[in-house]
Design a protein around this ligand. Structure first.
Ligand code: AP5
Length: 217
């Protein structure tokens, strides 16, 4: 399984990537999660990225591309790219990297969700800081009492999920990432899913579009 999940912030890319990666043994590569982990550990790349992330801006391509090669090396059983590529320069560099390794992409899945829903989802998202699993105070409340996971872990809200930063992230998506839909449409590997459907239905749509619906049962 070699997939790219493309879509605006809050469209459900991480939710679906986590589910499918664990089901199919592929590596879930979330550039956002990796950057947050680097920043928390005080790694140089993470520190360089922090300010951009806090403002809801994209991290410069050269920093992102530095980490992607190594991530691919760790993905012998396939990958699901979540949040990468985000610019045409990243997509072109990724194509070159895949060609160099003789790896062929199966599909690019675009998540369609309207802006109002994205705003609501992100400003009410709560995440487990250890597993990365995300819940939603409105649509998918956490199982524990208060904002806690089933094992009692206290859930957190991301710094960039404040309303004004979310607005900026959505604008940045429109200005710098949305053009990738056309880029991948030309490759003939692009499929859209209705990201407004319930989580299990979105999973079923993805599996159907990539021809793995039998694996869903
Ligand atoms: P990143 O961490 O990648 O965030 P994002 O792309 O903005 O996406 P999110 O993680 O916010 O949303 P998601 O689509 O994964 O939604 P989720 O599944 O959580 O990037 C953060 C920052 O890092 C960027 O702003 C940038 O600065 C930097 N960065 C990262 N990659 C970069 C790159 N390649 N280049 C440059 N900079 C980069 O779902 C959201 C909520 O909705 C959750 O509460 C969930 O429970 C709920 N939900 C999910 N699915 C459904 C559903 N079907 N129905 C109802 N609720 C649902």
């Amino acid at each position: 399984m070699r997939l790219i999940f493309l879509g605006p912030p809050g469209a459900g890319k991480g939710t679906q990537a986590r589910l499918l990666a664990s089901r199919f043994g592929a590596r879930h590569i979330s550039t956002g999660d990796i950057l947050r982990e680097y920043a928390a550990k005080g790694n140089e790349l993470g520190i360089a990225a922090e300010g951009f992330m806090r403002r809801g801006e994209l991290v410069p391509d050269r920093l992102i591309l530095k980490m992607i090669g190594a991530e691919l090396e760790r993905s012998p059983h396939g990958f699901i790219m979540d949040g990468f590529p985000r610019t045409t320069a990243q997509a072109e560099a990724f194509d070159a990297l895949l060609a160099q390794k003789g790896v062929v992409l199966d599909a690019v899945v675009v998540f369609d969700v309207d802006r109002n829903t994205l705003m609501t989802r992100l400003t009410s998202r709560w995440t487990n800081p250890i597993t990365g699993k995300s819940y939603n105070a409105i649509t998918n409340p956490p199982p524990g009492p208060g904002m806690r996971d089933a094992d009692g872990t206290e859930l957190i809200q991301r710094d960039d999920d404040k309303a004004e930063t979310v607005r900026r992230r959505l604008d940045v998506y429109q200005q710098q990432t949305q053009e990738l839909v056309q880029y991948y449409r030309l490759s003939g590997k692009l499929f859209s899913v209705d990201g407004l459907a319930p989580v299990e239905e979105v999973t079923a749509q993805i599996l159907s579009k990539i021809g793995r619906e039998r694996a869903a049962s």
